[in-house]
Design a protein around this ligand. Structure first.
Ligand code: FAD
Ligand code: SIN
Length: 524
């Protein structure tokens, strides 16, 4: 069946929903997500969203902090854009109903996280993402032009390739006409034709064994764009959050927000000794790449699987008031954080790279925009500054909306796209092949492409992933399409891009650290 919309949005996190709200007065919008509307990385965000909002802070300081964290690879113009547009986008979130905590004088109650030179993180207790996600869901549900397709899985974007034309990676006139989308309730594949498509599918945490990301984060958008010959970059820069709660077997790993270190939390080793000063003078509040590597080194030196975050010296009532979700979660596991140290270990958390976009969020494929974690804007460079990603998502959704609104009237639907053809396929008899292969991808990536890398490890990872790639493509060709087989293809694709782009970087920079090239290459 064919459906037509002015705007097709794939993903209902902050990037997708804020774009929807900004274009919906102009035309009909399809908002697709592969589970319910809530389940997105956005929902899980704890610490908050960075913005200069008080008179004693300055744009220049936020810009400088972002550039320092990015380790020489940020695009300065992008950093300036995002930082300067932040206050207006915060106002927009508030108009949409988002409630940021305030102090008794009515000013924003600002937190500080690693790499920030000032208190500038707006938050809603320790569940900022849930507050944002729920407020936006309420809004999109009320808009008459926004049509919500939950449990709809986007399989591929539509380009000239589907008209039988030969499209190569370096063609500069590839166009996107929408997507093939699987309705997971009926198992039917629909052709969604669109004048404009927005990719907002979030991150790739699930290519690793241990991640803070929910199950939806399988790199689908990045894989779809890569297969459609679009540009994808900076995939080697995977951010491992230093402090995920150590609770073996729990997936996703529960996050212990970095704001707790801004609040005074101190990292300690298994002997109860502070160790961060050995690695960086900023101690527990050094940027994430440094803290995650320090923890990794300490764990390896001591032969243990976690270190500790200690907030027992802080006022117990204040801890409970400021971090109610973390307090309750730990208590449910028998850890009273006002008395006990919290066991923590790094976990895959955020992808700095992704689908390459320009300052209007345009991808290398015409009529296709990307925003949020699946995109690579140039803001984060080699390492993202904490709480800059929610900010990037809303600023770039806004840029995309402005550009899309200016072109949508000049575009028409590409009616010649054929329906999805699944002739000759049948249900996979062995679901176990898919689930087992997914686990194997996680093992390969965590073992060989983690916090510390080497030429040998990357080569080994690529060789092993290649076997899974070939097996999976054969299975895909003879299977009726399912979310499971598509996600497996996508995590293999995303893993491949991480490894290949890591191999191309012959230096250690930001989040990419390799023992074979421990130094940075000078940038002119
Ligand atoms: P998401 O919010 O992840 O949304 C992705 C959407 O895409 C989902 O709706 C999903 O269903 C849909 N989707 C994916 N694939 C498909 C498909 N094939 N078909 C259809 N739909 C699809 N950042 C901060 O700035 N501050 C924080 O405090 C913070 N804390 C975090 C805490 C945790 C535990 C995590 C995991 C992340 C945190 N981040 C934080 C990062 C931040 O939350 C994300 O980068 C951001 O929310 C991403 O938003 P998004 O809109 O790009 O994607
Ligand atoms: C956190 O709360 O520590 C996460 C913040 C982020 O990922 O930006």
């Amino acid at each position: 069946m064919v459906k037509k919309f002015d705007f097709l949005i794939i993903g209902s996190g902050l990037a997708g929903m804020s774009f929807a709200l900004k274009v919906a007065d102009k035309g009909q919008v399809a908002l697709c997500c592969k589970t319910g509307l809530e389940e997105a990385n956005t929902f899980y965000a704890q610490g908050g969203i960075a913005s200069v909002t008080k008179t004693t802070d300055q744009f220049d300081k936020h810009i400088e902090d972002t550039l320092i964290a990015g380790d020489g690879l940020c695009d300065r113009a992008v950093v300036e854009k995002v930082v300067k547009e932040a206050p207006a986008q915060i106002e927009q979130l508030i108009r949409w109903g988002v409630d940021f905590d305030k102090d008794s004088a009515g000013h924003f109650d600002l937190h500080k996280e690693g790499g920030h030179s000032d208190f500038r993180i707006l938050h809603h207790k320790d569940s900022t993402g849930a507050e944002i996600q729920e407020s936006l869901i309420e809004r999109v549900k009320k808009h008459p032009n926004i049509h919500i397709f939950s449990h709809h899985f986007a399989i591929e974007i539509l380009t000239q390739h589907h008209l039988g034309q030969n499209v190569t990676r370096h063609t500069d006139n590839i166009e996107c006409y929408g997507a093939y989308v699987l309705n997971m309730r009926t198992n039917k594949i629909h052709t969604f034709l669109a004048k404009v498509t927005m990719m907002a599918t979030g991150g790739i945490g699930n290519i690793y064994q241990t991640t803070t990301n929910p199950e939806i984060a399988t790199g689908d958008g990045i894989a779809m764009v890569y297969r459609a010959k679009g540009q994808v970059s900076n995939m080697e820069f995977i951010q491992f959050h230093p402090t995920a709660l150590y609770n073996p077997g729990e997936r996703p790993s529960f996050l212990i927000t970095e704001a707790m270190r801004g609040y005074g939390g101190v990292l300690k080793n298994s002997d109860g000794e502070e160790f961060m000063q050995k690695y960086d003078k900023r101690g527990s509040l050094a940027p994430r790449d440094i803290v995650a590597r320090a923890i990794d080194t300490e764990m390896k030196m001591q032969g243990v699987e976690h270190v500790y975050l200690d907030v027992t010296h802080k006022d117990p009532q204040e801890t409970k008031d400021q971090y109610p979700m973390i307090y309750e979660k730990c208590l449910s596991l028998g850890i009273d954080i006002t008395k006990d140290m919290i066991p923590v270990a790094p976990a895959a958390h955020y992808l700095c790279g992704g689908i390459k976009v320009d300052m209007d969020a345009r991808t290398s494929i015409k009529r296709l925009y990307a925003a949020g974690e699946c995109s690579c804007t140039g803001l984060h460079g080699a390492n993202r500054l904490a709480s800059n990603s929610l900010l990037e998502a809303i600023v770039y959704a806004d840029a995309a909306a402005k550009d899309a609104l200016s072109i949508v009237d000049s575009l028409s639907y590409e009616e010649r796209i054929p329906l999805w053809d699944d002739e000759g396929t049948k249900l996979p008899e062995e679901m176990v092949l898919i689930t087992q292969s997914k686990k194997e991808v996680g093992q390969i990536m965590s073992t060989y492409v983690g916090i510390v890398r080497s030429n040998l490890r990357l080569k080994r990872a690529l060789d092993r992933l290649d076997i899974l790639y070939k097996e999976t493509e054969r299975l895909f060709a003879r299977s009726v399409v399912s979310k499971e087989i598509c996600e497996l293809r996508n995590i293999i694709n995303a893993g491949y891009l991480v490894i290949k782009q890591a191999q191309e970087r012959k230096e250690s920079r930001g989040l990419h650290y390799t023992i074979d090239y421990p130094k940075k290459i000078e940038i002119d």
